[in-house]
Ligand binder design. Structure first.
Ligand SMILES: NC(=O)c1ccc[n+]([C@@H]2O[C@H](COP(=O)([O-])OP(=O)(O)OC[C@H]3O[C@@H](n4cnc5c(N)ncnc54)[C@H](O)[C@@H]3O)[C@@H](O)[C@H]2O)c1
Length: 420
């Protein structure tokens, strides 16, 4: 297979590398940053004439491959996905499909109209951890699901890196937090519960990472701050110890101490976490009711130590508790009383061999199988992902208005032609 890569950043390089290592060609790249463009060009052996400075330039050329990997920023996806499908490319499309509901529905419609395969990077559907949870639920391990408690623990330093200082700090230039971080969680809930969502309510705000919480005397940048030795958000503490790895790798291609110190001195990741131009929530709670009657609570929080999802799924016959960090799934069948031993099973799913709990490699494999005709459908086909995006958009509307939002009604208001 031949791929073209739009956006040779963190995500794009992961998928392209995986496909390349499996023997597939990266025939062309579009990347605005000349350093990243050159790195991708060299690594994948792309001729200079097929290295473009902008996705639009690449898409203006005759078709150069079977599929496009679209891994640019959230608000660029629509403007690139639509012409790419018209040109004949199948898509491996980063999430969010788009933060704008009308655009999400239009991309899905275009995929149907043109017959293109569009796989959305809900990588967690492919991780051994979540696959095992799904397998247990489908095999009836806890009986019919009644209610779910799901937590997305962002991790405090990750919150500061991505959603306070970084690319996804503003909902107007990127996406609201519930869309950016948790269209994955909405997707997991729909998939695990096995039903579409009927309605949502949501509450949350940006409470902590604001100027009024800055310690007295804090400077605008860590480089100039006399409090940096004692501040846990000091960029020097966040990035220097993990030079060469995420999240330090996001700051600059120059992963030397000099390079990082310069990026901290001058770049966005050296700003004081209390004095950035961030707008997204740092905590948000969403309550959901599904069409099959299952209820769920979803707690999205930047105030956790670990970066890991934790779930409790409660069924008629037992409960399933899962912790991504410890890689443990515990299934307990209910006992008739407090004295009897309840029946418990502790499962440790296979350890991941790629990022996102194994999901990064899994999704590329699935996309390849689909393109090569080895399977009829991908687990993360866009027609499934649209639901998670409607839920995330509805939750944000619910948060902003205080209303309970009906998902079908939301979809109808944002472009679905017929009420289904
Ligand atoms: N699936 C997941 O779990 C997951 C995880 C993180 C990020 N993401 C999503 O992946 C996307 C990319 O995130 P990232 O972390 O790789 O960001 P990134 O900033 O590392 O990469 C984006 C790249 O696109 C390039 N770019 C911007 N405009 C362009 C244009 N017009 N033409 C060509 N290149 C252009 C940028 O220079 C940058 O290198 C985002 O939409 C993000 O939400 C998904």
């Amino acid at each position: 297979m031949k791929f073209v890569l739009l956006g040779a950043g963190q995500r794009g390089m992961i998928y392209a590398r995986y496909a390349h290592q499996k023997g597939h060609a990266i025939a062309a790249v579009a990347e605005v940053d000349p350093v990243k463009r050159e790195i991708a060009g060299k690594e994948f052996g792309i001729p200079e004439a097929s290295c473009f400075g902008d996705a639009a330039e690449l898409l203006a050329q005759p078709k150069m491959g079977d599929a496009a990997i679209i891994a640019t920023m959230d608000r660029d996806h629509f403007g690139q996905a639509m012409p790419a499908m018209e040109k004949g490319y199948h898509l491996l499309l980063e999430k969010p499909i788009s933060p704008v509901p009308e655009e999400v529905l239009a991309i899905e419609e275009k995929a149907r109209e043109t017959g293109r395969q569009v796989v959305v990077c809900h990588v967690l559907r492919y991780s051994p951890f979540f696959r095992e949870i799904k397998r247990q639920l489908d095999s009836g391990a806890i009986g019919r699901i009644l209610t779910v408690q799901h937590n997305e623990n962002i991790g405090n330093f990750h919150m500061a890196h991505s959603f306070v200082r970084g690319n996804w700090r503003r909902s107007d230039t990127a996406s609201p937090l519930i869309m950016q971080k948790s269209c994955h969680d909405m997707d997991l809930l729909v998939w695990l519960i096995g039903s579409e969502c009927r309605q949502v309510a949501s509450f949350g705000s940006l409470t902590y990472f604001k100027p009024e919480n800055a310690p007295e005397g804090a400077a605008l940048r860590c480089a100039d701050c006399k409090l940096k030795e004692d501040c846990r958000f000091s960029a020097y503490k966040a990035y220097l110890p993990v030079m060469g790895a995420w999240p330090a790798a996001v700051l600059t291609e120059d992963q030397t101490e000099e390079g990082l110190r310069e990026a901290i001195r001058t770049g966005p990741y050296g700003r004081c976490v209390y004095r950035c131009d961030n707008t997204v929530c740092d905590h948000q709670v969403t309550v959901l009711e599904f069409e099959n009657g299952v209820t769920a609570t979803f707690n999205l929080s930047g105030f956790t130590n670990r970066i890991a999802r934790t779930l409790k799924i409660m069924g008629e016959d037992g409960e399933l508790r899962a912790n991504e960090y410890t890689n443990e799934i515990e299934i307990t069948r209910f006992a008739p009383n407090g004295a009897d031993q309840s029946e418990s099973l502790l499962i440790h799913p296979a350890l991941p061999t790629s990022g996102h709990g194994g999901g990064d490699g899994g999704i590329v494999e699935d996309f390849l199988s689909l393109l090569e005709g080895r399977q009829a459908e991908a687990a993360s086909d866009i027609r499934y992902s649209v639901e998670s995006h409607m839920m995330a958009c509805s939750a944000e509307e619910a948060r902003l208005t205080g209303a309970v939002v009906n998902i079908r009604d939301f979809r109808f208001r944002h472009g679905k032609k017929e009420r289904v």
